[in-house]
Design a protein around this ligand. Structure first.
Ligand code: GTP
Ligand code: MG
Length: 193
């Protein structure tokens, strides 16, 4: 696990005009509902409950800003692909999310989380396409890797890589918020930005 890192909750907002005005670089965590975004954010900070997590999908419904070591922001985003959310809400989600990802000048890195146990789903591929259009640096992290048998991890990673159409040398970090695997590698990417 990571040693506790100085971090504090700043605000929880729904739309662009409420975003904090700041020049600090931002790192946003995006992915399907329940993939483990809020958990990963907590694990990276060595904190248990800074970001709210839940066993049920659809926990994070707003854009949540956390200031980290007074020098960057982590941004916990609502998940996509939650079947029980009405279509109108999903469309609104898409608009808010894309507006944030596209227009936020201080956004330095987008961390796209994928469930390490399964092949990426169509909505993951769709989001990756959108991220490629935006042309912001994106890091792919496969989560819940503690649930994948060690012997199968490499193969699972390869399946993900192929499904995403990524080169052999493209970085995919396998991580677990439970065991702490991969967290150092993610920090390395963040600190190297
Ligand atoms: P939304 O806010 O709904 O979009 O979900 P989220 O992506 O923020 O997921 P969250 O962090 O709330 O975690 C969802 C569930 O997955 C919780 O029950 C977590 O305990 C569990 N979980 C998250 N990360 C891991 C992990 O690395 N390993 C295991 N085994 N479980 C995890
Ligand atoms: Mg969440």
């Amino acid at each position: 696990m990571v040693r506790p890192i100085e971090a504090r909750f700043i605000c929880s907002v729904l739309q662009a005009d409420q975003f904090p005005k700041t020049n600090l670089p931002e790192i946003a965590f995006i992915g399907r509902s329940n993939v483990g975004k809020s958990s990963l954010l907590n694990a990276l900070l060595g904190s248990k409950g800074l970001a709210k997590t839940s066993g049920k999908p659809g926990k994070t419904q707003t854009i949540n800003f956390f200031e980290v070591e007074k020098k960057r922001y982590f941004v916990d985003l609502p998940g996509y692909g939650y079947a029980r959310v009405a279509k109108s809400v999903k469309e609104e989600w898409g608009r808010h999310m894309m507006a944030y990802l596209q227009d936020r000048v201080s956004l330095q890195l987008i961390v796209l989380l994928l469930d390490g146990r399964h092949e990426p789903m169509d909505n993951d591929l769709h989001i990756l396409d959108l991220l490629e259009e935006i042309e912001k640096p994106t890091l792919i992290v496969t989560t819940k890797i503690d649930k994948v048998k060690r012997a199968l991890r490499k193969k699972q990673q390869e399946i993900t890589r192929q499904a995403l159409g990524l080169d052999e040398d493209a970085l995919i970090i396998a991580a677990s918020s439970v065991t702490g695997e991969g967290l150092r590698d993610i920090w390395e990417v963040i600190r190297d930005l």
